[in-house]
Design a binder for this molecule. Structure first.
Ligand code: PMP
Length: 398
């Protein structure tokens, strides 16, 4: 049916929406015979089901009336205090008033779009960057400016005066980036925050994977480094990768005037994040549970990553290069220039293997089409080896 015959009119904002490539691919990958390296799902083996069940029970037994009642938009006070304290681990000194609890960091991205982006506003992003953030921001019609990256991630020298002038913010993933798996080293972190401080560009630091480091040394986050350098830093965190994504629980850390505006926005969006979930997660983490839980999750991811890297060394031709992540869930592959990731995907699906082609992760007009993202987290060792062997063969045939 043509749109003019429809008995309703979508907003221009809605009309420009398109379906996410990843969602379309995931539909295919639901078939059990497909070996899928496409998903970004955490490993269910890492979900502490018993511990969380006990926490939900305790909250309902002892604080049921509060847990089932409306709560403050800012979030459950003990959880905000826990987050502030926990951020000392990444070198930041934060007050609980600077913490706003949200329904997953994806909600934070939407709220930041509402807060900072007018149609045509300049937003700086890494090339490539997290597709879900690009989708959230795009609803507010920004003009993306891609900051160059190399095999060490974002290149701070790429933050030229021309690029930074008038930018509303820069969106950065410093640890085990989605999609590349790359981590910014300390020198780049410092150079980045200094340039942003000088250019007065707020930094949005999205760090869902920082706690999933299984090799190398932990580095201070942009929040602490940025504050010391006089930059404005807004940090997004989440319980999705350390406990479970179905909780839909995350947080934003920002200077108080920004939190105050975000509280108004969150009120209009969903009043507050589920009280029961916040209280049960606080109950779960308050006595140091994550210190004992995370090593198990890290070991699992390290092992899975190792299987995939080994299989790639064995089966991929020397014309292909890929990242070797020190944490997180993704490996980024650069194919010979003549191979288009989307076309390779079509042939891979015929052979029951799926991955995400790289092009959609590039905002703006110069996608690197000879790229793909592989996730190694939820696939068994045998299927990782089988799937990578098939991809290797397809690449060689191209
Ligand atoms: N940011 C990044 C970089 C992500 O990879 C994800 C999840 N895939 C999110 C944010 C959203 O996470 P959540 O809403 O579950 O906290």
């Amino acid at each position: 049916m043509d749109s003019y015959t429809l008995p309703y009119t979508f907003s221009q904002r809605a009309q420009q929406l398109t379906s996410s490539t990843i969602r379309e691919i995931l539909k295919v990958t639901e078939r059990p015979e497909i070996i899928s390296f496409a998903g970004g799902l955490p490993a269910p083996k890492g979900f502490p089901i018993d511990v969380m069940q006990a926490a939900f029970n305790r909250v309902l037994e002892t604080k049921g009336e509060t847990a089932l009642q409306y709560g403050p938009t800012e979030g459950y006070a003990p959880l905000r205090a826990w987050v502030a304290e926990d951020l000392k681990r990444v070198g930041a000194d934060v007050s609980p008033d600077e913490v706003l609890i949200v329904s997953g960091s994806q909600q934070a991205l939407d709220m930041l779009g509402k807060l900072f982006i007018d149609p045509g506003s300049k937003v700086l992003v890494e090339a490539p960057s997290y597709l879900g953030a690009l989708q959230s921001f795009s609803l507010f019609e920004p003009e993306y400016v891609a900051v160059p990256t190399d095999d060490g991630g974002l290149v701070p020298e790429g933050l030229t005066d021309e690029r930074t002038a008038g930018a509303r913010f820069i969106y950065v993933l410093p640890n085990f980036q989605n999609p590349t798996g790359l981590t910014l080293d300390l020198a780049r972190r410092k150079a980045l925050v200094e340039r942003c401080a000088a250019a007065q560009v707020p930094i949005v630091e999205d760090d869902p994977y920082g706690d999933l480091r299984y090799a190398g040394e932990a580095l201070p986050g942009l929040l602490g480094l940025g504050r010391a350098a006089g930059a404005t830093v807004i940090r997004l965190g989440t319980f999705s990768k350390v406990l479970a994504p179905g909780l839909r629980l995350g947080y934003i850390v920002a200077p108080k005037p920004i939190i105050a505006k975000l509280v108004q926005i969150k009120q209009a969006t969903d009043l507050h994040t589920a009280s029961l979930t916040q209280m049960a997660v606080y109950e779960t983490v308050k006595d140091g549970f994550l210190t004992t839980h995370m090593p198990m999750v890290r070991d699992l991811y390290k092992e899975q990553c190792g299987y995939m890297l080994e299989a790639m060394d064995e089966h991929f031709p020397t014309t292909v290069s890929w990242t070797r992540p020190e944490g997180g869930m993704f490996i980024w592959v650069t194919l010979p220039e003549h191979i288009d990731g989307s076309k390779l995907l079509a042939r891979a699906i015929e052979q029951n293997v799926a991955f995400v082609p790289g092009a959609p992760f590039f905002a703006g007009s110069h996608p690197q089409t000879n790229t793909m993202r592989l996730s190694f987290v939820t696939v068994s060792e045998a299927r990782i080896r089988e799937g990578i062997a098939i991809l290797g063969k397809l690449i060689k045939e191209s």
